[in-house]
Write a protein that binds this ligand. Structure first.
Ligand code: UFG
Length: 335
């Protein structure tokens, strides 16, 4: 059995990936500092899979702790989720974002290099493309100057990995996520936003649950069919499965270059109004919303060309937007 380190394994995408890894027969060891996750998630994962993952509460900014972890744990690969991810906050606290998102990445790669641990999967983001010139977005689209510190940590992160793979002959894959949503079908794990949600789906579900009065739709004057912005919303379980596919590609030495990157989305773009309509159908009730001004920094439209990921990772999405919204709603209702 292969043991895989999952950093940030109690977070939203991390926890779903741990479940998928365990279901595939991998042994999982989680590192999480609980800065944006709850320890209960460990029990929930255990309830879903029947296997308790190994867990270490470690802050990856602590170089000595990272070293000591690798001294005592043998792993065959690393899936690295642990990072700060709030776009707005990142602009207010750039140094904290660089220290956490870049520092931890460097320490992990150093330990992997020193111990000849290969196989690294990195959480990247479609944010690296900015507003792409052509849609759908394929992997050849140019990287644009990041609009936020968060986005820049993903761009710099990819560069650090690419250069490390070249210099130290490591193998890595970056997955550029589009918009992850939904919850596990067991409704035991899902998204746990702290405070007022910044992302569309948790804001919708909290509004439907009566925790918020109304959803503000940020802009209806975009150059799109209904005027609202378009994104590619992918069910978190489909996204988790993309990590297994990427890991197996590396473990089976199927990768074509030391460092590869893939767009992970559904290939379907949905406008904010389309998401609201789909949610109302899934939840069986109307949603209170109003149109307000655009949110600063938002782009008009982004959705993935999934051709390369489908072919090279031998992976595809299986869940619809409606299923993802229904799962997100069930998750909200049992909070
Ligand atoms: N939106 C609203 N009202 C809200 C929240 C969002 O109308 O209350 C709209 C946004 O304007 C946008 C769409 O819903 O058009 C999706 O917004 P999200 O905040 O859910 O997602 P983003 O596409 O803005 O952000 C995502 C990830 C980030 C990543 C970014 C890159 O959450 O991590 O994509 O573009 F950096």
């Amino acid at each position: 059995m292969k043991r895989i380190l999952v950093t940030g394994g109690l977070g939203f995408i991390g926890s779903h990936t741990v479940v998928a890894l365990q279901n595939k027969g991998f042994e999982v060891v989680i590192i999480d500092n609980l800065s944006n996750s709850k320890i209960d998630v460990l029990e929930k994962i255990t309830e879903i899979t029947g296997i308790k993952p190994l867990f270490h509460k470690i802050d990856l900014r602590d170089k000595a702790e990272v070293r000591s972890f690798f001294d005592t744990n043998k792993v065959a690969g690393v899936i690295h989720f642990a990072a700060f991810k709030a776009v707005g906050e990142s602009i207010q606290k750039p140094l904290a974002y660089y220290e956490n998102n870049i520092g931890s990445l460097v320490y992990l790669l150093q330990e992997m290099k020193n111990r000849n641990i290969d196989h690294f999967i990195f959480s990247s983001s479609c944010t690296v493309y900015g507003q792409a010139d052509a849609l759908p977005i394929n992997e050849n689209a140019p990287i644009k100057k990041a609009a936020s510190t968060y986005g820049n940590t993903k761009q710099i992160g990819e560069e650090i990995i690419a250069e490390s793979c070249k210099a130290y002959h490591m193998n890595a894959i970056a997955l550029r996520y589009f918009n992850p949503i939904g919850a596990h079908e067991s409704i035991k794990i899902g998204e746990l936003p702290l405070g007022i949600p910044q992302n569309l789906i948790p804001f919708i579900t909290q509004t439907a649950a009566g925790l918020r009065t109304e959803l503000a739709v940020f802009g209806a004057d975009y150059d799109t069919p209904d005027g609202t912005a378009i994104r590619d919303y992918i069910h978190v379980v489909d996204l988790a499965n993309a990590h297994i596919a990427a890991l197996e590609r590396l473990l089976n030495k199927k990768n074509k270059t030391n460092f590869e990157f893939f767009n992970v989305g559904t290939g379907v773009g949905s406008s904010v109004l389309e998401v609201i309509t789909a949610f109302e159908k899934a939840a069986g009730k109307p949603l209170n919303y109003k149109i307000v001004d655009r949110r600063e920094g938002d782009i008009t439209a982004a959705y993935a060309d999934t051709t390369t990921a489908n072919k090279e990772l031998n992976w595809k999405t299986e869940k619809s937007l409606e299923e993802a919204l229904a799962d997100a709603w069930k998750w909200q209702q049992q909070q």
